[in-house]
Ligand binder design. Structure first.
Ligand SMILES: Nc1ncnc2c1ncn2[C@@H]1O[C@H](COP(=O)(O)OP(=O)(O)OP(=O)(O)O)[C@@H](O)[C@H]1O
Ligand SMILES: [Mg+2]
Length: 569
């Protein structure tokens, strides 16, 4: 394909991601290439009357980076179509084009057979298309209802009829099994609940084409099942769904067809029932999947050595309140040893976030003590705690992990700009900062349009996560608290992070891993602690851990598990 030259407006667009823009682009040639699209898909796309969405020859540049290259994509009515690809493959870009957030340099879009020009999300919604973003766009201080009706014409009067809106929200919630409380304040909801609000917000607009961008990355397995059930109900009711993911099991579990993107190009479209996880992995990555990190001999024989290692973080009887001033840690005690990964499992909202926040100094400890490497750290400033040896990968990186307007390099030194070698007498030492940033980018394979100077907000979701990880893992910490560290990362990047966490522990760091992904915890932890209603219910050595029993404890069910919670060490 002939490459078009850089369009200055796409550079401009980079800076204004998510702001609707007007289409100034010349439409280019519209010839779709068929060389990479599989025969099956071509046959399918011939049935035009069935295509609710058809995108042909879509090309989109950001600066010198081609995010979508001559893409053909077609969504049939009533299907769940997975869009699969590694971090930075171009999935969000393609769907942002369909939702009117970006204008492609070339290509055409047809909705129900009609050519359309989608200039903004308002146009998209008028055409019956809604998108739930990878990072939610809710306003936290407002109620669920306010968030759902904001921007609607019907809600523009002086008096809001919230009663009517609440009723409609409850009806939708019931219809699709998406439980939400219309009066709850969004900031007090778990991520899973917030996501349900986003989906109901879309359905409230009576759309029939729903785009979900990595909807499961923050869900527990149970919530994930709930979401899949809701999606199946939606397609039965006539909706058509595009489901962005890089998790293969989700493609197999929920989709009808799957389109694979790699480096901005379509590799193929296949029927999900006629493929396998390993075939998909090959298509997605261009090679077969390598060995699971967790299986790489760690553990055996190390157990005894670990027994003898000292405690690096001791949490004693800690009580803390959540944002609604309700106790969310109720006398929690835990000991993390040097050179181990301790995984914390539990249903979202049982105190995981508060636990991570009291350790990192972001939440007040009401009662109890936290001792890191022999020093009391409770209620110290986050900066002090970090200087004394903590690294922290927060759950919500957009709120606490990154400054979106800053460049990658600036985000990488957010925690150390005032220290040597980055700070000179009067000025920051630019070359030291650049050297550090270049190394981090290459070590972590952080991809962006213009290298270390790219504003973080122009990066793909997975690449943003890599920036936080690169900064935190390079701190040489004593304790690393990692909350959902592989959220939004593809298989390759997840594996890399797991290897890094193992390397940290092998160098003596105590790693506290909080994750909703039980598989992740089981694959790399040495010990597993179950959290329930702000308390630790039991601590298990990984080698003897029984997933059924852990599952029961996660639900707070002690008697059925036949276990007594182990008293805190
Ligand atoms: N607004 C933007 N400005 C500049 N570059 C961008 C912008 N949005 C995306 N990109 C770049 O385009 C490429 C594709 O990004 P996109 O967000 O579509 O990836 P993705 O497949 O959704 O990845 P992920 O799984 O990590 O979310 C990436 O290299 C990204 O850095
Ligand atoms: Mg994305």
């Amino acid at each position: 394909m002939e490459m078009t030259k850089t369009n200055p407006l796409s550079n401009f667009l980079c800076k204004f991601k998510n702001i609707p823009v007007i289409n100034h682009f010349q439409k280019g040639t519209k010839e779709p290439t068929t060389d990479t699209v599989k025969e099956k898909d071509r046959k399918h796309s011939e049935k035009d009357e069935e295509a609710v969405v058809r995108m042909t020859g879509i090309t989109c540049w950001f600066g010198n980076l081609i995010a979508n290259q001559n893409i053909n994509f077609h969504l049939a009515k009533g299907e769940i179509h997975a869009l699969l690809g590694e971090n930075g493959a171009g999935k969000t870009t393609l769907m942002s084009i369909l939702y009117g957030l970006y204008q492609p340099e070339s290509g055409d879009i047809y909705i129900r057979g009609e050519p359309v020009d989608i200039k903004s999300p308002l146009d998209a919604i008028d055409l019956g298309i809604a998108m739930v973003h990878q990072h939610f766009l809710l306003t936290l201080p407002h109620t669920v209802t306010e968030n759902i009706i904001v921007g609607l014409k019907s809600s523009r009067g002086i008096f809001l009829d919230t009663g009517k809106a609440e009723k409609k929200i409850l009806e939708l919630s019931k219809k699709y099994g998406l439980e939400v409380d219309p009066r709850a304040i969004v900031g007090n909801l778990s991520v899973g609940e917030q996501q349900r609000v986003e989906i109901i917000k879309a359905l409230y607009r009576e759309i029939d084409i729903l785009i979900l961008d990595e909807p499961t990355s923050m869900l527990t397995p149970r919530e994930e099942e709930g979401l899949f059930a809701a999606l199946r109900l939606m397609v039965k009711q006539g909706l058509s769904i595009i489901f962005i993911t890089h998790k293969l099991h989700e493609v197999m579990a929920v989709s009808t067809r799957v389109t694979i993107l790699r480096n901005g190009k379509v590799i193929g479209t296949v029927n999900s029932s006629e493929t396998s996880e390993s075939d998909l992995a090959k298509l997605m990555m261009g090679h077969s999947v390598v060995q699971q990190v967790g299986d790489r001999g760690h553990g055996c024989g190390e157990g005894e050595a670990r027994e003898k290692t000292e405690t690096i973080l001791r949490i004693e009887d800690v009580t803390a309140l959540n944002n609604s001033k309700i106790p969310s840690l109720s006398g929690l005690s835990l000991e993390l040893r040097k050179g181990e990964i301790m995984g914390i499992v539990g249903v979202d909202g049982n105190g995981q976030s508060e636990l991570a926040e009291v350790i990192s100094g972001l939440r007040k400890v009401e009662k109890g003590h936290i001792i890191m490497a022999g020093r009391s750290i409770e209620n110290l400033s986050p900066r002090k705690i970090r200087e004394w040896g903590l690294a922290y990968v927060p759950e919500d990186l957009l709120a606490t992990g990154l400054i979106l307007e800053y460049s990658i390099a600036q985000n990488l030194i957010l925690d150390r700009w005032y220290q040597k070698p980055y700070s000179g007498r009067l000025f920051l030492k630019e070359h030291e900062i650049r050297r550090f940033a270049e190394k981090a980018i290459s070590d972590f394979d952080i991809r962006s349009a213009t290298g270390i100077d790219s504003p973080v907000r122009t990066m793909s979701g997975g690449n943003m996560q890599k920036v936080v990880l690169a900064r935190e893992l390079s701190r040489k910490p004593k304790v690393l608290v990692a909350h959902n560290p592989t959220r939004g990362l593809d298989i390759g990047a997840t594996e890399y992070i797991h290897t890094q966490l193992i390397a940290q522990k092998e160098s003596g760091v105590g790693v506290l891993l909080l994750s909703l992904d039980l598989e992740e915890i089981l694959s790399i932890s040495d010990r597993i602690a179950v959290i329930y209603e702000g308390k630790i219910m039991g601590v298990f050595e990984k080698d003897v851990a029984d997933t059924d029993k852990i599952g029961l404890l996660i639900g707070g069910n002690l008697s059925k598990s036949g276990l007594q919670p182990k008293p805190p060490p």
